[in-house]
Design a protein around this ligand. Structure first.
Ligand code: SAM
Ligand code: SF4
Length: 432
């Protein structure tokens, strides 16, 4: 880390606080990291700004899960050149997964105006980079602010990194092996966020349900978190199919505060491809797991991720993915074109860009039709909705829902679902 050659500028004349602009790419883990980064800045008297041109400091929190994400991060950093020319005393921080992959040496050479590079493995030490630029923080606490979801929903990171070795994935390389955060730290983090207004907590980790700390399992952690006063709903993401146990299904059956939604990435419907991907389960095992989870929580909504065009994916493999959409009854699926993350020849894409694109289109069309069916199944049901505004909220199954009036932000209400429009349910509040 470099020491500043000259002190960072005080706020511009007439302005009370210095401003920081944070640009976040990628997953919820990055969003959670950006919230912590924002808190570190706020302890030093900074406020957040949406406007780059007003900022005294800029943070680019990068992603590299697919090449496109890395390219976006690079061009974003490139665009800051002009900003820095106009504001030489401004500070540029590049952090996260692409920063880890590309390295500080490369980034500072290519973009000499970057002041600090903090890779994903060192992101918990971001404070040191700030200290190097702005000096130590005064010993003050700042109230938590949710930046990405509604004010009622807060992220709590329970593990970092990943110890699985899915063949296509760069995450273990850039975030390191799984490291679990101690239970008490997690509970304290959640309690602080509830005190600041959160009613829903989302526990985060790459294989979140592999959590174990001392004798505490994932289910044990959930039980402790569910007991936190003021908590209305608990979510988690992303679980991995190989880590669910009977303790979890029992908890899902008995604990209504545990959201009736799970984002459970499957990646492919073909056993051959799943094996090549080293996912650790077959299509039948995945479907059997869904059946177990739905036996415990019949109204459980399940969303997923698919990768299309994995090396060697045949038309037959792809069709097995297509049929899984209906069989899995997914409420939603994020579909990604395979992006090679290593130079290994066996991991190069075997389909042309056009072929992958065509499969993606077919997959997206099938997902759209299926999602509509699953959404419409909710019509006529009573849903528990956590309202974010007077007219908008989310059901336990994570469906967006609108009412004409009657919702109270931050409060749960029962809503009779009357219809659906595109991706959103609508209905009437019946019990507040
Ligand atoms: N840990 C989660 C899991 O295994 O379920 C997923 C984490 S990853 C950041 C999010 C998603 O990105 C994955 O579920 C996968 O669909 C997608 N992904 C990861 N590597 C990819 C690659 N090389 N090309 C395309 N999509 C990829
Ligand atoms: Fe990547 Fe998720 Fe597999 Fe870990 S479990 S290697 S994060 S896809």
């Amino acid at each position: 880390m470099q020491k500043p050659e000259k002190p960072a500028a005080p706020p511009a004349a007439g302005r009370a606080a210095r401003l920081v602009h944070i640009i976040t790419f990628g997953c919820q883990m990055n969003e959670a990291d950006s919230e912590n980064i924002a808190a570190s800045f706020r302890r030093r008297g900074f406020e957040l700004t949406d406007e780059l041109k007003k900022a005294d400091a800029v943070v680019v929190n990068t992603c590299t899960v697919r090449q496109r994400a890395e390219d976006k991060a690079i061009s974003q950093i490139g665009r800051l050149r002009v900003w820095k020319e106009k504001r030489p005393e401004g500070r540029v921080f590049v952090v996260g997964c692409a920063a880890q992959k590309l390295g500080g040496k490369y980034l500072k050479h290519r973009f000499p105006f970057v002041d600090e590079v903090v890779g994903a493995k060192a992101i918990v030490n971001f404070e040191e980079a700030l200290e190097s630029q702005f000096g130590p923080a005064p010993d003050t606490e700042t109230a938590h602010k949710n930046l990405f979801r509604s004010p009622q929903t807060a992220y709590v990171t329970i593990m970092r990194g990943c110890s699985l070795k899915c063949s296509y994935c760069i995450v273990p390389a850039v975030r390191g092996p799984a490291a679990f955060i101690p239970v008490e730290t997690i509970l304290e983090d959640a309690a602080v966020k509830i005190k600041a207004g959160a009613r829903e907590i989302v526990l985060l980790g790459q294989t979140v349900n592999s959590y174990r700390h001392g004798r505490t399992t994932f289910s044990g952690l959930l039980e402790r978190a569910l007991a936190l006063p003021g908590l209305e709903r608990l979510r988690f993401m992303s679980p991995h199919p190989i880590y669910f146990d009977d303790g979890f299904t029992a908890l899902l059956a008995s604990e209504k505060k545990l959201a009736r939604h799970m984002h459970l990435p499957v990646q492919s419907g073909s056993d051959r491809i799943l094996k090549l991907m080293r996912r650790g389960y077959t299509r039948a095992q995945y479907l059997a797991l869904l059946a177990r989870l739905r036996a415990a929580a019949p109204d459980l909504a399940v969303s997923t991720d698919f990768i299309v065009g994995y090396p060697g994916e045949t038309e037959k493999d792809f069709e097995e993915t297509l049929t899984l959409i209906k069989e899995g009854r997914f409420s939603l699926a994020y579909c990604f074109k395979y992006s090679p993350r290593t130079d290994k020849p066996e991991m190069a894409a075997t389909l042309s860009e056009g072929e992958i694109e065509a499969r993606l289109e077919r997959l997206l069309a099938a997902v759209r039709i299926n999602s509509r069916v699953i959404l419409n199944e909710r019509i006529g049901k009573i849903e528990e909705v956590l309202f974010e505004t007077e007219t908008y909220g989310r059901t336990s199954g994570n469906f967006a829902l609108r009412v004409k009036a009657g919702g109270i932000p931050g409060k749960m209400a029962e809503v009779a679902v009357a219809g659906a429009d595109k991706n959103t349910l609508n209905g009437k509040v019946i019990i507040l």
